[in-house]
Design a protein around this ligand. Sequence first.
Ligand code: UDP
Length: 321
Amino acid sequence: MRILITGGAGFVGSHLCDRLLADGHHVIAMDNLITGSRANVAHLINHPQFELVLHNVAQRIVLPQPVNVVLHFASPASPSQTAPTGYLQLPIQTLKAGALGTLNALGVAKAYGARFLLASTSEVYGDPLEHPQRESYWGNVDPVGPRSVYDEAKRFAEALTMAYHRTHAVDTRIVRIFNTFGPRMALDDGRVVPNFVGQALRGLPLTVYGDGAQTRSFCYVDDLVDGILALLESSEHMPVNIGNPHEVTIREFAELINGATGNAAGIVCEDRRTQGDPQQRKPDLTRARTLLRWEPRVDLAEGLRRTIHAFRERLLEPTPA
Ligand code: UDP
């Protein structure tokens, strides 16, 4: 099959490229590299079935040949207040990727009769009042809060995807991705995994925002890719959560990373939590388990071991002149 992946040079997008090429497909990775990076797909550039197309999905997408599948993954995704690639620094681009980008990607799917999969997010649940979060929960999102540029863009993207499905019979899927980690996360994107692992490998104290009692549930990227492909192959049009249900507090997570890296510098608490930083997050996986027969397999310790190894290699790489 010919598969278009928007955001194909991003963290999740590039892992999808790897898997789909290994499965024998032709992959067109579309990216404007504002948050993705050429390094994520450098190992694929000479692959005969791989193309990297530099394009902003907020602009009309014109392809020279039809595609069978469109995977829409292009979007900034880090809520960091300081990282230049965080969506708080790219608010309009984030809204455009979710709104105009989704419209253009759905337009491609409609034109070619291609299957379409939207990368949505647990952020559609906002700071959730239901725990764990089921897909039937409508969420608790402040439409004008700082995170709204991402949350509302993704909520709009889901609405648009369902409208194309219901109005134009486009064969759509919606995956709600919970916190995911693994090799190729941008070292400087300000999210908790690159921050903590980077700090630990440099022997620095880990910066826990607030009191660290907030929780997250971290899924290893290979499990996420398995879940996304299982959803793509299913016939399910309504949203499906994909993530790992093992919930930890951010303080426990910091201690795990210090333990795994042998970092003796400990933890510092910083008052840097953004307004709307969810207090707790954990997926209810009932739908993924029953509809897709999917289950995450890599536990947190093993995922961290692989991620720390990859980060260590990158930190040791000489910086280009
Ligand atoms: N966080 C932290 N220290 C950091 C970065 C993040 O304590 O250096 C916290 C952040 O406040 C949030 C959690 O870790 O509660 C996860 O943050 P992340 O930016 O990874 O993404 P989110 O899950 O909020 O979308």
